[in-house]
Design a protein around this ligand. Structure first.
Ligand SMILES: [Zn+2]
Length: 452
């Protein structure tokens, strides 16, 4: 039993209560009491008490679109690589030679970055090959996750990057059997397809049917994402609807190019969206001019947030993503009323939980939910004065103030120290293996400025 007492608590509960002097009691995996400090009464002496007087406690962030493997070559691509050359010239050669050990290493690096910036749950973008080994890594480090494997059938690539429809479905079925529900349900697996244009209609229907049979969600990871009509993922949403695959268990990532009819359809079908603003801007997807995410939210569509990739946004820091999504559409519409800080924070927490079908378990601080909690250090300049905690968190806070993180009731970051693994040793291994991996792919590590 663990007690956090006398803290500022952003509950994100139904009333969105903010407790100025609040306590949270955790028993096993779960939050069992939340309230004013005087009202929370442990039935026996807690095993540990965390003094919350200089702490703000918020629900852990949920990042709904991350490419774990790309963290091993983060920052490799220079800014002016044309968008349509990412995949053939850079990513496919890298994915083609990545070993299981390297996938796990990249996953651990990505997880540590997320933990240290307040994210406790993520959904992979469906670009893993050895999902079971990555699940081992995620289980060890202690995060909550939904994982998925590289699945397409219309594109030929080197080696394992080519697969038939049957192979894609069979491998997903095996992955669901092996991975879904691991670590007391902390790790899930979904069929996650690369995108429209790379996947046949039979594969898309098959993935949805597989998800239905196993009681999971499924996702299309790149849809309506780019202005170029030459990219095949920019097709009318009605085309997907005609396949009968749009449902509350469907998650679509990016979704920049939608019209009013599409938004109405998304709302009607209960489809979940993963919006990736940092990567969207860097990859010139036209977010400010074309993105309709505020309108989706107004119409009741569940819009969550994603960090995307090591060469897209280059980071998985949800605090930077949240502050961006709370500002970009204000400026684009010349309207300060668009997408307030509170709504941005919902996108990173409770909406993220909904997008992964986990809203009854995580996304807010309420009795009966799993204890996925982040404690921020209020004794830092960015948090003072603490006049409006939501504004501080969305616009001012950085990952540097994340002090303690619990996932499933277990402390995995304890006063700034990662307790589940030797972080320094991991970073040393990453530095060496990244260079080996990139060399094996035959790609250059370039710099525009002289490296002396
Ligand atoms: Zn992506």
């Amino acid at each position: 039993m663990l007690l956090i007492e006398h803290a500022t608590v952003l509950t994100l509960d139904h009333e969105r209560r903010i407790l100025r002097d609040g306590s949270i009691l955790v028993e096993g995996h779960d939050i069992v009491q939340v309230g004013r400090a005087g009202d929370v009464r442990p039935p026996r002496a807690p095993d540990r008490v965390l003094d919350g007087r200089a702490r703000l406690v918020a629900p852990g962030f949920v990042d709904t679109h991350v490419h774990l493997s790309e963290h091993l070559n983060r920052g490799l691509m220079l800014d002016d690589v044309p968008v349509d050359r990412y995949l053939p010239d850079w990513l496919l050669p890298l994915y083609a030679v990545m070993t299981s050990e390297e996938e796990a290493l990249a996953a651990l690096l990505a997880c540590i970055e997320m933990i240290r910036t307040g994210t406790t749950t993520f959904c992979e973008a469906g670009t893993l090959f050895d999902v079971a080994t990555v699940a081992d890594a995620v289980e060890t480090i202690g995060m909550r996750a939904v994982l998925g494997r590289w699945t397409w059938d219309l594109v030929r690539g080197p080696g394992r990057l080519t697969q038939t429809t049957e192979e894609g479905l069979r491998r997903n079925e095996a992955m669901l059997a092996e991975v879904h529900g691991r670590a007391d349900g902390r790790i899930g697996a979904w069929p996650l397809l690369i995108g429209f244009g790379t996947c046949s209609e039979r594969l898309i229907r098959g993935a949805k049917a597989l998800a239905d049979r196993h009681g999971t969600g499924w996702g299309m990871m790149h849809f309506a994402s780019h202005p170029s009509r030459k990219t095949a993922d920019t097709v009318p949403l009605a085309t997907l609807d005609a396949l009968g695959v749009l449902a509350p268990t469907t998650k679509l990532a990016h979704m920049v190019y939608v019209d009013d009819d599409d938004i109405a359809l998304l709302a009607r079908r209960g489809v979940k969206i993963s919006h990736c603003p940092t990567a969207g801007l860097k990859h010139v997807k036209g977010l400010a001019a074309h993105g309709r995410f505020p309108e989706m939210l107004e119409r009741g569509v569940c819009v969550s947030l994603g960090g995307d990739s090591g060469n897209g946004s280059n980071h998985f820091d949800m605090l930077r993503i949240v502050s961006l999504v709370a500002t970009i559409y204000k400026d684009a519409r010349l309207d300060v009323g668009v997408l307030p800080a509170e709504r941005a924070l919902e996108m990173a927490t409770i909406r993220g939980a909904e997008a992964l079908g986990l809203e009854t378990r995580i996304g807010s601080i309420e009795p009966g939910k799993r204890a996925d909690l982040v404690l921020y250090d209020l004794d830092t300049p960015e948090w003072r004065p603490l006049l409006n905690p939501v504004n501080n968190l969305v616009y001012a806070a950085t990952g540097a103030s994340v002090r303690t993180v619990l996932v499933d009731g277990r402390i995995i970051l304890d006063e700034g120290r990662l307790v589940t693994m030797d972080e320094r040793a991991l970073l040393t291994r990453v530095e060496a293996r990244a260079r080996e991996h990139i060399a094996r792919a035959g790609l250059p590590i370039e710099s525009r400025w002289p490296v002396v």
